[in-house]
Design a binder for this molecule. Structure first.
Ligand code: VGL
Ligand code: ZN
Length: 212
């Protein structure tokens, strides 16, 4: 279905929340440095979607829920490897709020993900079973969107999973390298993520290379 005036491209802003920025509970180095780049790009794209990691206090991804485990350990849950994290982005907490410097005025939609206590959800499109939809695919397609720009946190987790799902769903997908930062845990995950995205057909570009 196409609308009368399709909004062919969208910016997807992943998890630019206080807990992922310096001072937060799961800080990404230089996480806040993506904000000015994102604010600039968001003003020139017809459709802007932001995601918020939005976990219940007893979420399965929190190391605190697993006796004897520490953040960055891994456990297996229902056939999926789950990295354990410090408590972060608890629903309604200050850490879960979008960073105050992020300009929310151009946002068309905000999606909450990771709300099921028993499964993590890195991708903006699917929970980590890669099947349970957030609905974002239908929203974008319904508005005639074919091309996605991805930005935000973290390169090696939520941006990676979102980008891989986006190409799998058939969107032309670009990750804006100056508008993402990574966790870098385990060591090498950042380089691995870039390699995986490139191999899957995700374009990796600096924002100044865009023709907006
Ligand atoms: C993320 C770890 C846990 C992310 C979310 O936004 O990349 N990483 N939850
Ligand atoms: Zn999370």
């Amino acid at each position: 279905m196409a609308t009368a005036q399709p909004k062919r491209s969208a910016l997807i802003i992943i998890d630019v929340q206080n807990d992922f920025c310096p001072g937060g509970s799961l800080p990404v180095a230089e996480g806040d440095q993506v904000i000015p780049v994102i604010n600039r790009v968001a003003g020139s794209v017809p459709l802007v979607v932001a995601t918020q990691d939005w976990h219940p206090a007893d979420h399965v991804s929190f190391a605190s829920r697993h006796r004897g485990r520490s953040p960055f350990d891994t456990v297996e849950r229902g056939g999926l490897v789950q990295v354990l994290w410090p408590d972060h982005c608890v629903q309604g907490s200050a850490g879960a709020e979008l960073h105050p410097d992020l300009d929310q005025r151009p946002f068309d939609l905000v999606i909450h993900k990771g709300t099921d206590p028993e499964i993590d959800s890195y991708s903006a499109f699917f929970e980590n079973d890669r099947r349970t939809s957030t609905g974002l695919e239908y929203y974008l397609r319904g508005l005639g969107c074919e091309e996605l720009l991805l930005a935000g946190l973290a390169t090696d987790y939520c941006v990676l999973y979102s980008a891989l799902d986006a190409v799998r769903l058939g969107f032309r997908t670009t990750v804006l390298l100056d508008a993402v930062r990574g966790v870098g845990q385990p060591p090498g995950s950042l380089e691995g993520a870039l390699r995986e995205m490139r191999a899957a057909g995700v374009a990796l570009r600096e924002s100044r290379e865009l023709h907006l």
